[in-house]
Ligand binder design. Structure first.
Ligand SMILES: Cc1cc2nc3c(=O)[nH]c(=O)nc-3n(C[C@H](O)[C@H](O)[C@H](O)COP(=O)(O)OP(=O)(O)OC[C@H]3O[C@@H](n4cnc5c(N)ncnc54)[C@H](O)[C@@H]3O)c2cc1C
Length: 396
């Protein structure tokens, strides 16, 4: 998070959501990003260059006030679909059912939008960067990454966005919020596709997973990762080694280990506050593991519904709220929302402080155990993953 204090630009790493927008909007190139050992970026401010114009502060998503009142009110009335690409090969190789990549490609092909800002795969860490796609620059499925769970500075390439009539923005809520602040005037209409996100990870989560696989992430970060794909929930791969995703995710995700610190100040997993028209997520708890995959789509606006209907390559099955509720993680999102003020240092209820303290202590302890003992029999990780969550016990 960035703020101006008496004309001086201050950076708080603990609230940084790792989107990279600050460096992209700086007119004086005074902000540079430096890679840390855990794969996150520190922001370095060239004080001699900084003119304290405040552009970075205005675009920083961690600075934005959230209004969560009524956040969950409309969920029973929303439209839901389980969907996937009609081609089984694409469906199988995508993160869940391939809805996101299909929307990007089909919407450009069919001129539903004239531009899309999303990600493109790269060869080196963090293995993806921001990209502006058009019909002339149409991506293939392989050009775009599956879910990348370590942080990607997705907003650093906003300079590539060309003026267009209808622009699609694709990203997690924090990225959408950052993009919202800079695209005014560049297009007439915006459609937003939110990748549902409860937390982004540091590279240490991948290091841990590599150890569990019996390999390691090289120090120079020259390796080929793959998160998801090969069915649902798929696999995680580090070079030639792989692990089923449901097993890999148990500890790092279930216990929120190695999380980007700025994720603690975002409770907008669906991107509703960021203006999302649809959100895309996994069908956890409502679909068994299988060889193909499906994406759970939540439609927030009529525009989002129209976008889906105009995508001929998708098979979409309508679902009721009660059918999808177990997958929506509404309680987890609520917990993030109520504990957010504690992380921001704002007025909070004592119970929430206790919950946050308990959670942080539990995380520290678990990290210590699994980092020291990375090759325990898998049964031990299963037991650790099932440990009661202290935060949940306090907030019950
Ligand atoms: C960091 C992160 C956390 C997530 N957490 C959850 C969760 O807790 N619960 C849940 O149900 N689902 C979660 N998801 C969403 C889930 O992993 C799938 O992305 C979603 O189901 C869409 O699947 P798909 O097959 O339609 O996507 P695909 O068609 O495979 O397309 C994936 C799209 O995601 C984009 N993308 C990949 N990584 C990132 C990134 N880091 N930032 C921005 N865009 C990215 C790609 O550019 C691509 O457009 C998370 C995703 C991410 C990236």
């Amino acid at each position: 998070m960035l703020e101006l204090n008496k004309g001086k630009l201050l950076y708080t790493f603990e609230q940084c959501q790792q989107c990279g927008i600050c460096s992209a909007v700086c007119p004086e190139n005074a902000i540079s990003l430096s890679l840390r050992k855990d794969g996150l970026h520190d922001i370095e401010i060239g004080t001699e260059r900084c003119i304290a114009c405040g552009k970075c502060v205005k675009s920083c998503p961690a600075n934005k006030e959230y209004n969560y009142e009524g956040y969950f009110d409309g969920f029973e009335q929303k439209k839901y679909f389980l969907g996937y690409h009609a081609d089984n090969r694409i469906r199988r190789e995508s993160s869940s059912g391939g809805i996101c990549k299909t929307l990007i490609i089909d919407s450009l092909k069919n001129s539903v939008v004239d531009g899309v800002y999303s990600l493109r795969c790269t060869d080196s860490f963090p293995f993806a960067r921001g990209e502006f796609y058009t019909r002339e620059n149409l991506p293939s499925f392989g050009d775009m990454p599956n879910s990348v769970y370590h942080s990607v500075m997705a907003c650093t390439e906003i300079g590539r966005i060309q003026p267009c009539k209808r622009l699609m923005l694709v990203g997690t809520a924090c990225q959408l919020r950052a993009l919202n602040s800079v695209i005014k005037g560049k297009c007439d209409e915006i459609i937003r596709v939110c990748i549902f996100c409860k937390q982004q990870k540091t590279l240490d989560s991948t290091r841990f997973l590599a150890k569990v696989m019996g390999t390691s992430v090289p120090q120079n970060l020259r390796f080929r990762p793959r998160y998801r794909g090969d069915g649902w929930p798929g696999i995680v791969r580090v070079d030639e080694s792989e692990l089923p995703w449901n097993r890999a995710a148990q500890i790092p995700f279930g216990k929120r280990l190695w999380t980007v610190p700025g994720c603690n100040v975002c409770g907008d997993s669906f991107g509703i506050e960021a203006g999302a028209d649809i959100s895309l997520m996994d069908p956890w708890c409502i679909r068994p593991h299988n060889d193909l995959g499906e994406t759970l789509v939540t439609v927030h606006t009529p525009e989002g519904g129209r976008l889906l209907q105009r995508c001929a390559s998708l098979i979409l099955k309508p679902q009721s709220f009660s059918e999808v509720e177990p997958a929506l993680s509404l309680k987890d999102v609520w917990r993030k929302q109520v504990t957010e003020p504690v992380f921001r240092g704002k007025p909070y209820k004592e119970r929430y402080v206790r919950a946050v303290r308990a959670e942080l202590n539990q995380q520290r302890l678990l990290r210590m155990v699994v980092e020291k003992l990375p090759r325990l029999p898998i049964i031990c990780y299963r037991i650790l993953a099932k440990l009661p969550d202290l935060r949940n016990l306090i907030l019950k």
